[in-house]
Write a protein that binds this ligand. Structure first.
Ligand SMILES: Nc1ncnc2c1ncn2[C@@H]1O[C@H](COP(=O)(O)OP(=O)(O)OP(=O)(O)O)[C@@H](O)[C@H]1O
Ligand SMILES: [Mg+2]
Length: 273
């Protein structure tokens, strides 16, 4: 079983989706098997990749309303390391249905988790809330990767998210932990960005990742070309930063796996005594 990482932050426009799509491709390019799940009814991972609004395409909504199994809904892509499960472009009536079904916090546990064990990384893009789909995702996730835009408004909602993660960790999903916090749309040489970084390191010294994603107009423009910036312009500043962030994630989880292997090895050698 690989690692299930939720990209969550109860604040809109902080680059959850941009980070989920670019990190997915970067990890896949490094030959990690990646599944990207869009848990946001806004369905913007599909927009980021220019996926057509085609009933033939498997969707998370199809899985959650029992019309498709997760196995048949997951879409392969031309990148052999990258699969995707978009949300679905839902109608008003479907959104009402979703409000009803998402009260069941075990939905993902029952309908999604049993089918995603074959990947190295499962990245799940969450909506900008803590209830509904996000609550469901946090029940099955191993960790939360938290993008924070370099602004005080963005930082001020972090304690609410951290508190939620701690409560879920204590009361239902003991695997859940913070993968890391990273800055997005970071502008070097501005007072606001400097203050944001200082504040974050003061509040969360152990959770900060070293990579910050710079504000980069090419990243914004890429969405009009229907592909993430890392595909459209691999040498753009944001693409280079997302590759660094992917390396940081791999490194972090590799050392975690090595610790696990080491403790297995220790156990075996103890058995031999
Ligand atoms: N590094 C960047 N440089 C410039 N623009 C960026 C960068 N990252 C993201 N953006 C832009 O910021 C906007 C918000 O990004 P995105 O949609 O990824 O945020 P989000 O957190 O997923 O939002 P929501 O909560 O609404 O789902 C988008 O227009 C995106 O193109
Ligand atoms: Mg989003």
């Amino acid at each position: 079983m690989g690692k299930i990482i939720a990209l969550a932050m109860p604040k809109g426009g902080v680059a959850k989706t941009t980070s989920a799509v670019n990190l997915s491709i970067s990890l896949a390019n490094k030959q990690k098997r990646v599944l990207l799940i869009d848990a946001d009814p806004a369905n913007q991972c599909a927009t980021a990749f220019g996926l057509p609004d085609d009933p033939e395409i498997g969707t998370l909504f199809g899985v959650l309303n029992y019309s498709q199994s997760c196995e048949e809904a997951i879409n392969t892509t031309e990148n052999p390391y990258f699969d995707i499960l978009p949300f679905k472009n839902i109608s008003y009536e479907e959104e009402l249905l979703l409000t009803d079904i998402s009260f069941d916090n075990q939905l993902f546990n029952n309908l999604v988790k049993p089918f995603i064990g074959g990947y190295d990384f499962v990245l799940i893009d969450c909506p900008p809330t803590l209830v509904g789909m996000t609550a469901n995702v946090l029940n099955i996730a191993d960790s939360v990767l938290i993008p924070v835009k370099s602004s005080m408004f963005s930082i001020s909602v972090l304690p609410k998210l951290i508190d939620r993660i701690e409560k879920i960790h204590k009361n239902g999903n003991p695997r859940l932990h913070i993968e890391g916090i990273f800055l997005t749309m970071h502008e070097l040489n501005t007072r606001a960005a400097f203050e944001a970084k200082k504040e974050l390191y003061k509040l969360f010294p152990n959770d900060m990742l070293t990579t910050a994603i710079p504000k980069n107009i090419t990243a914004e423009e890429a969405s009009f070309l229907h592909d993430p910036v890392i595909i459209v312009e691999p040498n753009a500043k944001a693409s280079i930063a997302y590759n660094q962030l992917a390396d940081e994630l791999i490194e972090k989880n590799l050392s975690m796996h090595q610790d696990t292997f080491q403790s297995f090895a220790d156990t075996e050698s103890l058995d031999e005594l």
